[in-house]
Ligand binder design. Structure first.
Ligand code: GDP
Length: 475
């Protein structure tokens, strides 16, 4: 009781003390962050992870489960009253319907608490009764992490960097034409600001659709509940010689600063700073399919995302975290069910190479890191077919039509990933326009109808290994 009252009235620093107290005297809590760029697979991952922790028949690689020490798992009200709850039930219903469909993707931060009752191991096993561990799963868009880099930039520097990048991407012409005709010193008007912000957002969305990853500011793509507020209604604008006091440029600059202090900082303070373990989901196959430029953009974006986990250069974040750090980070290439398992090792190698720089930095900062390829929900089965005199390792599933309806059953061969990841990463880094020789295809599969036996969660690939890496050591 007393702890609650004190924590309510004090800042985050003391809130932390109460976290620690509750861990020591009551029940341990692990805050597991789940992030990744839009459509990387966060919603499907969390839904399948929770379902597979509640019914653990398909989790043999989770050591505590293999040792039969998990006595119970159940959902509980989460501790944070103002954070939306992750809508697990609706998402699971979508995946397990008679005609299943993919759930709605992550749009903002949400949270869910799953509690596990576990029998202790080793010396304590005979002395202690079962203990309870709370797993607080926090889902948030990776785009929001990229905003960290904005904190260090002035509006002028951000405008310069953005306007340099835009012309190299599809979809920017209308916006560039629009600001070409704007006098930055004209008197500020809300309709003008709205039109500029809308056109800029449209350019970001088109770039994202074309496979580009770094589309900051993160809230322009995924605004959350602040949509339409002034802090989200600005756009890059070249600085005039002598900015007028009531001019458009000055107000845009003011809004950019408001975005940083009132949108970006609170997210890092209230959510990011409290994470203990992190999984970063990456749609590496999607980027490979989109081509070398998208892959290079993804590599750079990964380094940007991971900058948040090694806060050294960012004084504000370093001060906020005060030595607290994420203990483990897993980089997972998602949707591995698009590949026959004979290619999973190659996908993991690409994932390792793609996040190499970022992982080296995280290791330097004391976090344990790992890379793997996985599928949170397996939508295909494997099939080897003869093709032009050789055997082709394919996957078979129900194709998803562009309008979202279910298409026909088909076997699919996505192309052979190279054994050596540099065969993809080097041309990407050197600015190649397309892949030489090989083409990498990707289809969207619909989720397969499930017939689950009692005690079984949805089928997956290596979800149990991911769970073991992320929190198995604490069970
Ligand atoms: P989010 O934006 O990160 O929340 O992404 P979602 O979890 O909504 O996933 C986006 C899309 O990726 C889904 O609608 C599916 O089409 C696809 N997807 C995600 N996970 C898997 C998976 O494990 N296997 C397959 N085949 N597709 C997946």
């Amino acid at each position: 009781m007393v702890i609650g009252t004190i924590a309510d009235t004090l800042s985050r620093g003391v809130g932390n003390v109460s976290d620690t107290l509750s861990e020591t005297f009551f029940e341990p809590v692990i805050r597991l962050g789940v992030t990744g760029l839009s459509r990387a697979g966060k919603t499907v991952f969390i839904t399948s992870l929770v379902a597979n922790l509640l019914d653990r028949g398909r989790m043999p690689q989770l050591a505590a489960e293999a040792e039969a020490r998990i006595l119970a798992a159940y959902l509980q009200p989460q501790p944070d009253d103002t954070v939306p709850r992750f809508d697990y039930e609706t998402h699971l219903a979508a995946l397990t319907a008679r005609t299943p469909h993919w759930p709605e993707s992550t749009r903002a931060v949400s949270e869910l608490r799953l509690s596990l009752k576990v029998r202790p191991t080793g010396m304590l096993a005979g002395l202690q009764g079962p203990r309870t561990l709370h797993l607080d799963i926090v889902d948030y868009p990776g785009e929001w992490l990229l905003d960290l880099s904005l904190l260090e930039q002035s509006f002028e520097a951000w405008t310069d960097a953005t306007l340099k990048r835009l012309p190299q991407r599809p979809g920017a012409e209308p916006f560039l034409a629009l600001i070409g005709g704007v006098d930055p010193n004209e008197e500020f008007s809300e309709p003008k600001a709205k039109a500029l912000a809308a056109s800029f957002t449209e350019a970001l969305n088109i770039a994202r659709e074309a496979g580009f990853s770094d589309c900051t500011p993160g809230r322009f793509l995924l605004p959350g509940e602040k949509e339409g507020s002034p802090a989200l209604t600005f756009a890059p604008l070249p600085k005039p010689e002598d900015p007028a006091r009531r001019g458009l440029w000055r107000e845009m600059e003011r809004r950019f600063e408001a975005y940083k202090s009132q949108i970006v900082k609170p997210f890092f303070r209230d959510h990011f700073s409290r994470i203990d373990r992190q999984i970063v989901l990456v749609d590496a196959l999607g980027a490979i399919h989109a081509g070398p430029q998208a892959l290079e953009d993804l590599r750079r974006t990964m380094a940007g995302i991971l900058g948040a986990f090694r806060p050294g250069p960012n004084a504000w974040l370093t001060q906020l975290l005060r030595g607290r750090r994420v203990e483990k980070i897993l980089f997972a290439a998602t949707k591995a069910d698009h590949l026959h398992h004979s290619q999973h090792g190659r996908l993991t190698a690409i994932m390792e190479a793609l996040t190499r720089e970022a992982r080296d930095r995280a290791r330097f900062a004391g976090a344990e890191t790992s890379a793997m390829s996985m599928a949170a929900l397996r939508a295909t089965v494997e099939q080897t077919l003869p093709h032009e005199g050789r055997e082709l390792d394919c996957v078979r599933g129900t194709l998803l039509n562009p309008d979202g309806s279910r298409g026909r059953q088909a076997a699919f061969y996505p192309g052979a990933l190279p054994e050596d990841p540099t065969h993809l990463l080097t041309p990407a880094r050197e600015g190649a326009e397309q892949w030489l020789g090989d083409d990498y295809e990707i289809m969207r599969f619909a989720p397969a109808p499930l017939t689950l036996k009692p005690g079984e969660g949805p089928p997956h690939i290596r979800l149990d290994r991911a769970a073991q890496f992320l929190f198995g050591d604490r069970l």
